[in-house]
Ligand binder design. Structure first.
Ligand code: UD1
Ligand code: MG
Length: 449
């Protein structure tokens, strides 16, 4: 099978400087969703048709091949822009998909390929669907025997044809042997003056080939043309991801408020509270509790840890088993050893923290001097008192204690105590004398007033 993914459209309705298919759904560009689905069905030859000057897009789809469609003359013209690639990779099936239809599933594509193999061995299989509002979609026109006769674009349709509810999703499997010949016979005598891929049905029928429709789910073939449709696609993707996570053994107290990424990897008996956001690249092992209002991306969380509420784990946070990260704690590019606790109001960045360390409330690793980032190392079993500033690069040895309120800028030896705050003074009776004097002054002033 050779697959062609059309993505040369400008996506004007997105009103964006970014090519449409690079807009993200569940944290991954739409086009990469489509390519991942193609990988899943084992498509070994895939070419993406891009427009002129879409270098960023060609970069994003690598190592997949790209073909450039210089003029945007329609969907058939776009497939033909990949002619050289298609000729170089002859296949039984030519699969055509759109880069702006990210939710298509491997199961549906497999059903289409199976339909090509079934009698009457159709030359073209189209994925149809019945949207709530057929509006601008091409209509699938069936003959009396229920066979697909033609696809008519909404702009070219008669009122009778517009009344048809069965629409073209855009996904097609074409007989690889006939495809290029059929495509080159398509003209542009229509309302938009474009070369419509949809006309391949009429061409194939005229050649005596059979055609068939596979019915798809409207959610799956949602085409994203605007930011509103992008949000609809996101909502559908989120519902799917949550369902998969729960099916795999995660509990969500309020699923609708949990946002996942395409690659969020949750273990069994992970319990997620309301309003938790997972950015890309998160791995969570078994028996982890993630309390409400956490934001997590690029982090790895080992088993039996407790996160939040209100914690932020940024890329490179690597939490060992049994770690506790509490409220208003931010962790970035830091390893926390088994059983370490950072429970309140702290920032731990560019750090290597050993096992069984206790980091007190309000501890800050000062990792940046305005020019470069430096590392903080804390040995196993160390105790960092509250409101400590660790000025990196700095190392606190294993089992050391840092007194609360210290600014540590020199290494602390293992087993030592380091404390930098000024010594405490005590003046006996001072507060009593002060309060008595101030009370008297206030009374005297009130009498005068
Ligand atoms: C197309 C179908 C319509 C179908 C609808 C489903 C045709 C003629 N019409 O209409 O039947 O119901 O999709 O969403 O095929 N593209 C190019 N180069 C071009 C033109 C388009 O690469 O010259 C790409 C676009 O980037 C997009 C896809 O092809 O990914 C579809 O193009 P679009 O203009 O959105 O087609 P529709 O009018 O939506
Ligand atoms: Mg479209």
């Amino acid at each position: 099978m050779t697959a062609v993914v059309l993505a040369a459209g400008l996506g004007t309705r997105m009103k964006s400087a970014t090519p449409k298919v690079l807009h993200k759904v569940a944290g991954r560009p739409m086009i990469n969703h489509v390519l991942a689905t193609l990988d899943e069905i084992g498509a070994d030859h895939t070419v993406v048709v891009v427009g002129d000057g879409m270098g960023a897009l060609a970069e994003a789809v690598r190592p997949h091949a790209t073909a450039v469609q210089r003029e945007r003359l329609g969907t058939a013209h776009a497939v033909l822009a990949a002619r050289a690639y298609i000729e170089a990779h002859p296949a039984d099936d030519l699969l055509v998909l759109y880069g702006d239809t990210p939710l298509i599933t491997a199961g549906t594509l497999r059903a289409m390929l199976a339909a090509r193999r079934a009698e009457p061995r159709p030359g073209v299989v189209v994925l149809g669907f019945e949207p709530a509002e057929p509006g601008p979609y091409g209509r699938l026109i069936l003959d009396d025997a229920g066979r697909l006769d033609a696809i008519v674009e909404a702009k070219d349709a008669t009122p009778d044809q517009l009344a048809v509810g069965l629409c073209n999703s855009g996904v097609m499997v074409i007989d690889g042997a006939g495809a290029l010949d059929w495509l080159s016979r398509i003209g542009n005598a229509n309302a938009k003056g474009e070369f419509y891929l949809t006309d391949i049905i009429a061409v194939a029928r005229a050649e005596g080939a059979a055609t068939a429709v596979v019915n798809g789910d409207a959610d799956e073939v949602l085409g994203v043309n605007s930011r509103i449709e992008l949000a609809e696609a996101e909502a559908i993707a989120q519902r799917r991801l949550r369902a998969r996570a729960m099916a795999n053994g995660a509990t969500m107290t309020d699923p609708a408020t949990v946002h996942l990424s395409w690659d969020t990897d949750l273990g069994r008996d992970v319990v997620i509270g309301p309003n938790v956001v997972f950015g890309p690249g998160v791995r969570v092992a078994d028996n982890v509790e993630i309390r409400a209002f956490c934001h997590i991306e690029g982090a790895s969380i080992a088993s039996n840890t407790v996160i939040g509420p209100f914690a932020r784990l940024r890329p490179g946070a690597d939490l060992g088993a049994g770690v506790h990260v509490g409220n208003f704690v931010e962790i970035k590019a830091a390893t926390l050893g088994e059983g370490t606790k950072v429970n309140h109001l702290s920032y731990v960045g560019d750090s290597d923290v050993g096992e069984g360390v206790n980091i007190g409330a309000g501890t800050i690793t000062c990792n940046y001097d305005g020019h470069v980032k430096s590392k903080t190392v804390i040995g196993a079993g160390a105790f960092i008192g509250s409101n400590t500033a660790l000025v990196a690069p700095v190392t606190v040895g294993a089992g050391a204690i840092v007194g609360a309120g210290s600014a540590i800028s020199k290494d602390v030896a293992a087993g030592a105590l380091a404390v930098t705050r000024a010594e405490q003074k005590e003046v006996a009776g001072w507060a009593d004398r002060f309060n008595a004097r101030r009370r008297k002054e206030k009374r005297d002033r009130n009498k005068e007033g």
